[in-house]
Structure formats: C-alpha cells, structure tokens
Design a protein around this ligand. Sequence first.
Ligand code: ZN
Ligand code: MN
Length: 497
Amino acid sequence: MTLTHEPIEGEHFIVVSETTGESWEIVVGLEVHCELATVTKLFCGCPNMFGDEPNTNVCPVCLGLPGSLPVLNHNVVELAIRLGRALHCTVEPSVFARKNYFYPDMPKDYQVSQFDKPINVDGWLDLPDGTRVGIERAHIEEDTGKNTHAGGSGRIHGADYSLVDYNRAGVPLVEIVGRPHIRHPEQAKTYIDELRAILLTTGASDAKMEEGSLRVDANVSVRRVGDTALGTRCEVKNLNSLRSLGRAIEYEARRQVDLLETGERIKQETRHWDEGAGRTRAGRSKEEAQDYRYFQEPDLVPLAPSAEWIAAIDAAMPPLPAARRDALASSAGVAVTETSVVIAVQRDLDQLALATIAAGGDGKRVLTHVEHNLSGDGATDLNPATFAQLVSLELGGQLTATQAKTVLAEMVTSGRAPDVIAAELGFEAMDSSELEGIVDGLIAESPDEWADFCTGDDKKRGKLQGFFTGKIMKATKGQADGKAVAALLESRRAESL
Ligand code: ZN
Ligand code: MN
C-alpha cells in the first residue's frame, strides 16, 4: 500500500492498495484534550502545576472526599471562552455533567464534564494549506490523576504494582472535538501545529505534548474514493508526539484497508498506539454515551456567560495565526499558502517582516531571508529599517545573495548597519565591466566548452553553465552576483549564436 500526496479534486488524499490497486480515502477527526494554564485547579484552590512531588497538590475537593463541594474557577471559564472564540465557536449556556466510570486515578469515580450542553459549539480552524476543519465542540472538563504501573511493560497488564498521583486530578481541561475533515497524516500534524499556535497565542495552554498538557486521540476510518458515507472508525489513543500521530494514522488506515479488502468488517473500538512496535492494538470496545450514565452535576449551577463578558473577550483577542498569515501575505504580495509566510508566523517574525516591508524592503526578498537566514535567537530584535537597507543593497546589486546572508547574520549579533558590515568584510560592489572582462577572458580560455554551451542541449548547457559559473566565482573570490553571472552568460551566448 502506498500513501500518495496527490490531491484528488483539489483537496482529498488517497491510499492506493498494492493488492487490488483500488483507491481509498483516509478520514480523520481529532479529539484534543488540553490543560488550561490556570494558577489553580478547576473546582478547588490547589495549584495547577506539572512536575511537583506526587500527591502534594491535593485537597478534599480534588480527592473526592465525602461532603466536599466544587467551586468553579472563573479563570477556567475565561480561558475556555477565549479558546472557543479563537476557534470561531458560538458560546452557549452550558451545563456540567457527571460522566460515571471507574478508574483508580479518578477518586470520585466520575469525571465532571459537559455533555449535551457544552460551552463552545460549531466553530472551525483554518489550516495553512487552506483547508477548513470544523470544530464540533470545545467543552470544559476535569483531568484525572496519573497512574504509574511499575514492573513489566509499563502497562497495567503484567505490572507488579501501581502508583497513583492525584496532583493532576481536577486540573482544568478543554476537550476540542474536531470534525472528520482531515484527509492525510501530514494534515493531522498540521492541524495540531495550528491548534498549538492558537493555544499559545490565546494563552489558554502551554500546549506541551511532552508534558501531557496537549493530548491527541485520532478517530480514523477509510472509505473507497467516491463514497460519501463515513466508514466505521477506530479511536487511536496514546499519541504523545506528532510523529506518533502521523505514524498511527498511516498504520491504522493500512490495517483497515487490508481488512476491508479481504471482506472483513471494521469493529468500532478504542486502539492503543505502540510506538516501539509501530502498530495499534485493540483496547476496550468503544463505550456509548449511555454507558457513562451521564446526569447533570447537582453541585454546580448551569453556566451562562453574559454577552458583555464574551464581547470583552472578543475585543481583547490577540491576532491569531491565520489572520497574521493573511496580513503578511498581502503586504508581501505573495500567496498565503507560501511556506515562507507560514514559517514567518511560526517563528514570530511576521511583525519584523511587516515593519521591514513598510520601511521599503522588498516583500519576497524579506520573506526569503526570514525563511532561510533567520532561524536563530535575536532575530526578533532586528531593526526593520536596517533590514530593509540590507535588502535594498542586495537588490541594487551591491551585495550578492551569499554576501547578504553573511551580513544579515552579523547584523543579528551586532545590531550594526549593513553597509558598515559589508565594507568591513570587504564586500564591495563588483563593477559590471570588471565582471564582463573576466567572463570574456574565460570564454577565450575555453573555446570548446563555450561552443558546447552555446549549441548543446539543455543537459549539456546546464552542466557547462555550472562549469563557467564556478570559474567566475573562483576568479572573483565569490564576489560576483550569481544572477548577474547567469544573465551575462546568457547574453554572450545570444550574441555568439
Ligand atoms: Zn484540590
Ligand atoms: Mn474528555
């Protein structure tokens, strides 16, 4: 089975079966749990802190002791609404519900969540590739504690004993349920990247996958290309890196296609990703909502944020990644899907790029530098006026692309002006007549190569272009501008035909 990135009808991606040659489409919907970056937990005053000594951030409320009562944390609601609005959701009056099930890391034997009336509904998230992924809901719920199984494989089966840490019990979560609009493992990773950028921008979460503050479950199904009905899905859990997410989706799609092609049916179930073995394994068969015996949490009142509160959150919303990409692309005069635009926003260098363009720097050239030459620390401190000056020197032919890169690196460390640095490094503008003299000398020196360059086929000419360019660069100690050299070679060739 091969995965192909070839889009069908502009947006879908397919899997081609090696056995039958049939084309299948992967359908993925992601559920993301993210811990909110509050100071205290959801219903008590215990610190919401990762990595503390086990069972130190606990109290009767988050330990579920009899007679204790929850008090809703105002800041959880604030962050949940901010996140919901950033995902273009409608904020609705919501109700907390008890989701009943037994697990040793959950001291109350129920999880306070939201069920039929979640706080955020019906939004979307735009990916850099232009795909809009629907958001079904983003509701508030509490996290569980954490079990550690000692001995054996680290899983509960075969363990000698288990330890439980309740520091995480009652930490606030927002569960973001995405619609099944994702069509490729890479797209799933991009979705998480984009969501993480939104979580960081809004300050809702630190979104650290490695610390478990952002956890991803993937609902994966497949269907024959052209089918519109959704196939039976499996929910893959235990995906704690982007790499695992991509691999698990690919494995699961492959497994399902193989089953369906041999006439078998897909059983709806929870599956666990085993990173070491590179495969998913069946877990419990999937619970239905009725299994959880949801009912309204009697110790909490319904939540009805005022229109004024929501409006104030909207008004204070920082510019989000998609809007920042739009602004940068239109200012630079390039497509919003350009890699350089995506990278500029990812690196938080879009403000610098915009200011540099405003100071007269050529948009495309500025973005090229941001993408290729400004990945390190200190780039955000660059002065837009001097950055624009550098780009002008380069476009004016006083600096080659390679020299500009060197000067830019020096500007980042020293903050000095590009012309000063260029003069110090001996990067002088090469006189065009000087370059012409060198080229004519080389042509005279290598008449056979030159004749082949003028009349040879594309392949030969490409090879000889490299031959002449190399010699020119050597003769000029790398000072010649690559573009000027190419143009000069081409005009000499035209003359001699
Ligand atoms: Zn507590
Ligand atoms: Mn959940």
